[in-house]
Write a protein that binds this ligand. Structure first.
Ligand SMILES: [Zn+2]
Length: 292
């Protein structure tokens, strides 16, 4: 029997208290105070997916009792594949916590609950990508072309491969993004350079066209249609960090792309970051350009 917590919930165990956070309602939907150390330990373990056949008979009885008595709404029985996917998802959450915990104003379990919320609520829409590495499977994502209509949704985050879209398309896309307050991240890569960013959030950093450098920078050789393995890996590390609720919870900016861009010179392996320039007189984000 494989058990996992439903994706919209997170379990937070602190001292003798347990709380269940509901990502849809953005509140704590259940609280319980406990004194039995053994039960608290078991609850801690329920933060991970469990395969009950691996547990002792005594633990299995206790877990089943806890689930049916108090927690039946929040957990579900799943098949082996879903269980294995859930283990990968949990590893992702734990790894994120281990790498970036110092960057957030939250204690460990609350940070993990926030990452769970991102994986549950946010969808990543990749435009100009053919396919993504298998490890992107922990995300809720969609690949689409520049010809498909974009239905702007506040929980969607757009990742655009500059190589596969035209500047005219990007102008139109920026205009629509500004209108709907979207988060969008631009990437491109060629033989020598990998560029991740800028990530633009609503009007916060202006638009892509305020910074004229971005049109010609690092493009002396033809762009790759697809990101290299290192490009995909660096992009993947950025996805959770640029979600709105994560940005709001940071103590210091730990992104490589939020309002700035990161460029890796693959010949010398030198990396640098540049702030994106905002042009206050920009026609596009200043709303003066009516043609589009
Ligand atoms: Zn602009």
């Amino acid at each position: 029997m494989y058990i996992r917590m439903k994706h919209k919930y997170s379990l937070i165990v602190r001292n003798n208290n347990i709380a269940i956070y509901d990502a849809d309602k953005d509140n704590i939907c259940y609280r319980m105070k406990l004194s039995d150390i053994r039960v608290i330990e078991l609850l801690e373990r329920l933060r991970m997916p469990l395969y009950l056949n691996d547990e002792t008979e005594q633990d299995t009885t206790l877990i089943k009792g806890l689930l049916s008595k108090y927690l039946s709404d929040y957990f579900e029985e799943v098949d082996r594949d879903s269980y294995l996917n859930e283990c990968i998802r949990n590893n992702k959450i734990n790894r994120f916590h281990d790498l970036y915990k110092n960057g957030y104003d939250l204690n460990g379990q609350a940070l993990m609950a926030l990452v769970r919320k991102v994986l549950y609520m946010n969808r990543f829409v990749f435009i100009g990508f053919e396919q993504l590495p298998e490890y992107y499977g922990v995300y809720h994502y969609k690949i689409q072309t520049d010809e498909e209509v974009i239905e702007f949704n506040s929980n969607d985050i757009y990742i655009i491969n500059i190589a596969k879209v035209s500047w005219t398309w990007m102008k139109k896309f920026e205009k629509l993004s500004l209108r709907s307050g979207a988060i969008r991240l631009y990437v491109r890569e060629n033989n020598r350079y990998l560029q991740i960013g800028p990530t633009l959030n609503d009007h916060d950093f202006g638009c892509l066209f305020c910074d004229r450098r971005l049109e010609n920078l690092y493009v002396e050789t033809e762009l790759f249609d697809e990101l290299s393995p290192i490009g995909s890996a660096l992009l993947e590390m950025e996805l959770i960090k640029i979600c709105r609720c994560m940005i709001e919870a940071t103590i210091e900016d730990i992104t490589i792309s939020n309002g700035k861009f990161f460029v890796l010179d693959k010949y010398t392996m030198e990396a640098k970051q540049e702030d994106k320039i905002i042009d206050v007189n920009c026609k596009l984000c200043g709303g003066i350009d009516d043609e589009l």
